[in-house]
Write a protein that binds this ligand. Structure first.
Ligand code: NOJ
Ligand code: CA
Length: 642
């Protein structure tokens, strides 16, 4: 990695094993009302250092993570004697860098209007991307195009160069700043485009401040991006102290019924969140070993056009037919708990005005986890400014970044974890705030119920290499009634049954939902056993194979036992993947419980065909995973005594 000045303008460039990866790329910041920091620099000083430590995730896809880098710190001064520090960290799997502006004369409050960071991709490449600043937030089907056809995209942006190198451009530790999106300039130059506030300013900050880390991850295989922990490494360590109260878990809930149109969030004859209905879900959870019961539509505010009426939501007022006190007690008596739900429709002022009360209320009820929601179109999250005026903001603007974090830190004070839907993208802040357990931020399962259109068979073969590089996702897998003919005859789940099981291993989240209606699980107890067994907290993760949008096979070792789990899935193409089980402990025999597509499985014509079988295997065994069209396979490996 080289950093320098070109005619007093800072730039960096990156080579790997003698090959250029990022050509000369400009750096700089522009401000309102005060001179920019985009040129006229000299290098005042530069220093290097090294760091090597292994830290432990309280929960995660891998327990121990090595954070090993060389650092370069360059202090620049401009013609006005103002200082800007560029800090670079170089890892085996990529780089991170950020701008740091110390406290100094003539720079107190600063309004950032532009960041000039470029990523000049050295080789032609294929890109997997979703559009930025669109009507939706992040919930798009991914596009696969040549890099040269990108216009304006979100990060993480995944690239595969024509030389076969895999790259992910993203950011880490997005705190009190605007999100970075990427626009393409001439040729293969991507440049940072910070999401503006509604008055056009990108970020209002005060010195000393630093930007989030801009990150470039590199790997020789697509799977190498998945097992790179650079984003987490660039984040600050846990600030919450003892977080043993943050618990990975599986949950069920009153949720899918609404998406199928069987139930309603609002009050009325089809109201889902009734006391009786919730008791049935609590019983189901207790019987089958689920810890959490999510209940949506429990509180006042859903009646009418809830999408556009966020100010109506009351976060401490249950509907009269939902006896939350009795239900919390009943849940507790059964060893389970309710999961709170705070849908805000993107009205953050209404939510913030009630936030303390809402969190106190849930804490008193023994609710350890809240799913929040910010359903509002892109650019239409609402808050009322100090001037009394209503502002319409992007979900990835600085105000929203700060709002999401405020909810997480306030919740932490009450030992409550947060699962954000319609979130700001993940930038690894779970390391610093381990109660931020999961979030959405991509098209989840719900799109298959809505079908406008539903997710494509390749969608979940793209997510692991794109959205999932940011962090955990609450995808809500495990729909067993794939066709829901009665409820929505024109829509369906675009997978085989076995692929639904594979998702529990492939799409990482410390909280995983068994999203279907209880009766659909009771109708298929054998495949349901896999969902009951699969953990959500891991010792280690390995990617055995994968190509973006085509297929992927991931194995993970349970954090609390010697078991391993495998998830493999494919896009619309059937294929056979040969794997070695050399990740298992040598010399130990394992029982493999295999859930695979049957010989006649096909997602369109025969999605339920599935074989469940047992085999004895060792580290020397090789398996052929035969995946049907949009199919999958899930395996549990358990050591058997010799
Ligand atoms: C969208 C969320 O993704 C979904 O899970 C939730 O049910 C609805 N909003 C209502 O809050
Ligand atoms: Ca959503």
């Amino acid at each position: 990695m080289t950093v320098g000045l070109d005619n007093h303008v800072p730039y960096y460039q990156l080579d790997r094993a003698g090959i250029s990866v990022i050509g000369k790329s400009r750096l700089g910041l522009r401000f309102k009302d005060i001179p920019h920091m985009d040129g006229g620099f000299v290098i005042a000083s530069a220093g290097t250092s090294s760091f090597d430590e292994t830290w432990t995730q309280p929960w995660g896809e891998k327990k121990d993570i090595r954070n090993h880098y060389n650092e370069l710190r360059v202090t620049l001064t401009d013609g006005l004697k103002r200082r800007m520090i560029l800090r670079f960290r170089v890892y085996d799997d990529g780089i991170g860098f950020r701008y740091e502006i110390p406290e100094q004369a003539h720079m107190g409050k600063v309004q950032v209007i532009n960041e000039l960071t470029e990523f000049n991709i050295a080789d032609p490449a294929t890109a997997w991307w979703i559009p930025a600043r669109g009507w939706n937030r992040y919930e798009y089907l991914y596009h696969k195009t040549p890099l040269r056809d990108i216009q304006h995209v979100h990060t993480p942006l995944t690239l595969k160069t024509d030389k076969g190198l895999y790259l992910s451009i993203h950011e880490a530790a997005l705190v009190d700043y605007a999100a970075m999106t990427l626009k393409r300039g001439r040729g293969r130059i991507l440049y940072a485009d910070l999401t503006p506030l509604s008055d056009g300013i990108k970020a209002r900050v005060k010195t000393p401040f630093h930007t989030p880390w801009r990150s470039i991850q590199l790997a020789d295989t697509a799977g190498g991006l998945i097992t790179s922990y650079l984003i987490l490494n660039l984040n600050e360590p846990n600030r919450l102290g003892d977080v043993s109260w943050v618990k990975p878990e599986k949950y069920v809930g009153i949720w899918w019924g609404m998406h199928l149109g069987k139930m309603t969030w609002g009050s009325g004859p089809k109201h889902g969140a009734t006391t009786a209905n919730t008791m049935r879900y609590i019983d189901f959870a207790a019987k089958y070993g689920f810890k959490g019961v999510l209940v949506e539509g429990w509180n006042v505010g859903w009646d009418g056009d809830w999408f556009h009426n966020g100010k109506a939501f009351r976060f401490t007022e249950p509907y009269p037919d939902f006896d939350i006190v009795a239900l919390s007690k009943y849940a507790k008596s059964k060893g389970v708990h309710l999961i709170g739900h705070n849908e805000t429709s993107g009205d953050i002022s209404n939510y913030e005005a009630q936030l303390d009360a809402a969190l106190d209320y849930d804490q008193k009820l023994g609710i350890p986890l809240i799913k929040t929601g910010y359903v509002a179109d892109g650019g239409d999250a609402i808050f009322t400014g100090r001037d009394g005026r209503v502002h319409h903001e992007w979900h990835d603007s600085q105000v929203m970044v700060n709002h999401y974090q405020k909810v997480v830190t306030e919740a932490a004070k009450r030992h409550i974890s947060i699962d954000t839907h319609e979130p700001i993208k993940d930038t690894g802040l779970r390391r610093t705030y381990p109660n931020w357990v999961s979030r959405e931020g991509a098209r989840g399962q719900e799109y298959n119920a809505w079908g406008e259109p539903g997710n494509s068979p390749e969608h979940t073969a793209i997510l692991p290499f794109t959205r999932m590089l940011a962090g955990p996702m609450d995808f809500t897998p495990g729909i067993f009634d794939l066709l829901f003919r009665k409820e929505k005859p024109h829509n369906r789940i675009p997978t085989t049954l076995a692929k639904q099981l594979a998702l529990y291993v492939v799409i990482y989240s410390p909280i995983q939902m068994a999203a279907d209606l209880p009766k659909n699980y009771e109708a298929r107890p054998k495949p349901f056993q896999f969902i009951r067994d699969v953990p959500t907290d891991w010792q280690d993760t390995l990617v055995l194979n994968g190509e973006i949008g085509d297929y992927v096979t991931i194995v993970r070792k349970d954090r609390n036992s010697e078991d391993w789990y495998l998830g493999s899935l494919t896009n619309e193409k059937a294929r056979t993947l040969k794997i070695s089980l050399d990740f298992l402990t040598p010399g130990v025999r394992y029982r493999a419980q295999i859930y695979r597509d049957g010989p006649d499985a096909d997602w369109q014509s025969n999605p339920y065909d599935m074989v469940i079988e047992e085999k004895t295997v060792t580290a020397k065994t090789r398996l052929s995973l035969k995946l049907a069209t949009s199919g999958g396979q899930a395996i549990r490996f358990t050591p058997v005594s010799k």
